[in-house]
Design a binder for this molecule. Structure first.
Ligand SMILES: [Zn+2]
Length: 210
């Protein structure tokens, strides 16, 4: 389970019913964790709608449409949940509003989760039970969403400058793959290592990491 806002997210495939599937049964708010000063569900839902104007979100939306994977109405939902966000095949993207404080955070979660949606639909044959497949998508999502831009790391209190970005991507990808019940700590590490070069350099649909 992810510890803090922005420091964890999950892919919750319909088939494995990882995070999202267990969430609705676990509606007890106190178990979800709340970040101090988090947004109301209403403001968060408004923020999600507003995020559609973000240039990166718009670009991803266009590319998904072009590749035959249009975003459907209700793809993105405001929720109270245990990480910062999640994605599940056939369920879509969930923004965990109890961990959102700013519009910037909402947009980052959405971009991250849309990369998973993109991989799921455009790449096809993604098997979320497979630690290497999951690791690849997490590397891409953390790399391409700006989750690891210098400013974000500073906000987390991590001051290292040199080589911070790939290290951050690795750390966060590992955290997320670890949430997959099919992937032990060792299996997660091995998977991230095995696919690192290919997936870190796979910046589709961007020419380079935004
Ligand atoms: Zn992710």
């Amino acid at each position: 389970m992810a510890a803090a806002a922005g420091e964890g997210d999950s892919v919750a495939p319909e088939t494995t019913r990882v995070e999202a599937a267990s969430e609705p049964q676990r509606r007890v708010a106190t178990r979800q964790g709340f970040s101090p000063g988090h947004m109301s569900l209403e403001n968060c839902a408004y923020g999600i709608a507003k995020a559609l104007k973000n240039p990166t979100v718009r670009f991803l939306k266009e590319r998904m449409e072009k590749d035959g994977c249009p975003m459907w109405p209700g793809l993105m939902r405001a929720a109270f949940c245990s990480s910062s966000g999640g994605y599940a095949s056939n369920h879509g993207v969930r923004v965990c509003c109890n961990h959102m404080k700013t519009q910037d955070q909402i947009e980052q979660v959405i971009i991250h989760e849309l990369i998973h949606a993109y991989d799921d639909c455009v790449t096809k044959n993604v098997d979320w039970n497979n630690c290497a497949h999951h690791a690849c998508s997490e590397i891409r999502a953390n790399h391409l969403s700006g989750n690891c831009h210098f400013k974000q790391e500073l906000l987390r209190g991590i001051m290292k400058i040199r080589g911070h970005e790939p290290e951050c991507v690795k750390r966060r990808a590992l955290l997320s793959v670890n949430l997959n019940p099919n992937c032990s700590e060792k299996a997660s590490e091995d998977a991230v290592k095995a696919v690192w070069d290919i997936c870190y350099n796979d910046t589709r649909p961007f020419d380079k990491a935004p």
